[in-house]
Design a protein around this ligand. Structure first.
Ligand code: GDP
Ligand code: MG
Length: 273
C-alpha cells in the first residue's frame, strides 16, 4: 500500500492534471482517503463512472456538490461512451493556466499531461482504453515512472500516461467496506458473500421494494435476509442437494444482479448537503 502511494506520488510529478475516477454509485466510498493530500497541488477532474448503473438525480446532486467543492466533474458511462468526449476537453481546460504560465516563464510550448487515478475496479483501464481508441498514438521514447509506462498522445496538446495510478480504498469503516464489496471493488475472498448479500437484500427490500418484488416475483418482503433468500430461492428454483432451498445461490444471485443493474439505477450514498 505504501508502495502504491509512493508510485502515484512519483507519477504525479510528471503531470499537469489528475483524472480521479470514482464509482458513481458510491462516490464517497470509492474515493481514496489520501488523494486530497497526494494530489492537492494539481487541478483535478473527477469522473463519476458507471453512470449507467447510478441514479441520474443522485448523480446530478453529486456533480453539483463536487463542483461546489472546487473540482471539475463529469458523469461517464464507458459502456455506451456517454460523457467520454468531455473528458479531454475538461482536462485541457484545467491544464490551460499552468501551460500558459510555463510559456510565459519562457518554457517551450508543450502538451498538457494527465494521469488516471483511482481505487481498483472503478474503470481506470477501461477509461484509458476508450480515450486511446478514440484518437491516439504512442509518443515513442518518453519514459514514465514504472517500467514500460508510456505517454499516449490524445491530441496535439494533450498526453495521457497509459498506466493508471492505483490507490486503495478505506476499509476500516464497516459501511464503506460493505459498499465496496457490493459494487465489486473488494475481492470476494476477503469478505463473506453471504453476509454482504444479506445486508444488500435487506437494504434493497427497504429502499426499492417494488424492484425486488418484481425481479423475484414475490408478493411480500420479509424483513429477515434469510427469509428473503428462501423466497428468492423458491421463486428461482435454486434447489440444493436433498431438495433443500439453496440460500447461498440466492445470495450470489442478488449480488450478481445488483452489479448488473437489474434492480434499476441505484446510487448507494448521497452527498452530505
Ligand atoms: N456498467 C458499467 N461497467 C463499467 C463501466 N466502466 C467500467 N466498467 C466495468 O468495471 C470493471 C472494472 O473496470 P476496469 O477498467 O478493469 O477497472 P480498473 O480496475 O479501475 O482498471 C470491468 O468489468 C468493466 O467492464 C461503466 O461505465 N459501466
Ligand atoms: Mg485496471
Amino acid at each position: 500500500m505504501a508502495k502504491a502511494k509512493r508510485l502515484v506520488k512519483e507519477s504525479l510529478k510528471l503531470v499537469d492534471v489528475v483524472i480521479e475516477v470514482l464509482d458513481a454509485r458510491i462516490p464517497a466510498s470509492s474515493r481514496n482517503p489520501d488523494i486530497n493530500e497526494i494530489a492537492a497541488q494539481k487541478p483535478r477532474l473527477i469522473v463519476l463512472n458507471k453512470y449507467d448503473l447510478a441514479n441520474p438525480d443522485s448523480t446530478r446532486q453529486w456533480l453539483r456538490a463536487l463542483k461546489k467543492s472546487g473540482f471539475s466533474a463529469v458523469a461517464v458511462d464507458l459502456i455506451k461512451g456517454r460523457g467520454l468526449q468531455e473528458v479531454p476537453t475538461l482536462v485541457r481546460q484545467l491544464a490551460a493556466a499552468r501551460i500558459t504560465s510555463l510559456e510565459l516563464a519562457g518554457r517551450r510550448a508543450r502538451a498538457a499531461r494527465c494521469i488516471v487515478l483511482g481505487i481498483p475496479n472503478v474503470g481506470k483501464s477501461f477509461l484509458i482504453n476508450k480515450l486511446i481508441s478514440r484518437r491516439a498514438a504512442r509518443t515513442g521514447y518518453k519514459p514514465g515512472v514504472t517500467r514500460g509506462q508510456q505517454w499516449i498522445r490524445l491530441s496535439d496538446n494533450l498526453e495521457l500516461l497509459d498506466t493508471p495510478g492505483i490507490l486503495w480504498p478505506r476499509l476500516e469503516d464497516p459501511k464503506t467496506a460493505f459498499l465496496l464489496a457490493v459494487t465489486g471493488a473488494i475481492k470476494e475472498e476477503v469478505f463473506s458473500l453471504y453476509e454482504v448479500a444479506g445486508q444488500l437484500i435487506v437494504l434493497l427490500a427497504e429502499k426499492h421494494p417494488e424492484a425486488v418484488m418484481e425481479r423475484y416475483k414475490l408478493q411480500f418482503l420479509p424483513e429477515d435476509a434469510g427469509e428473503l433468500f428462501r423466497l428468492i430461492g423458491i421463486s428461482r428454483g435454486f434447489i440444493g442437494t436433498g431438495g433443500s432451498i439453496d440460500l447461498s445461490k440466492a445470495a450470489q444471485n442478488v449480488m450478481k444482479e445488483f452489479r448488473e443493474g437489474k434492480f434499476g439505477r441505484i446510487t448507494l450514498e448521497q452527498p452530505d448537503n
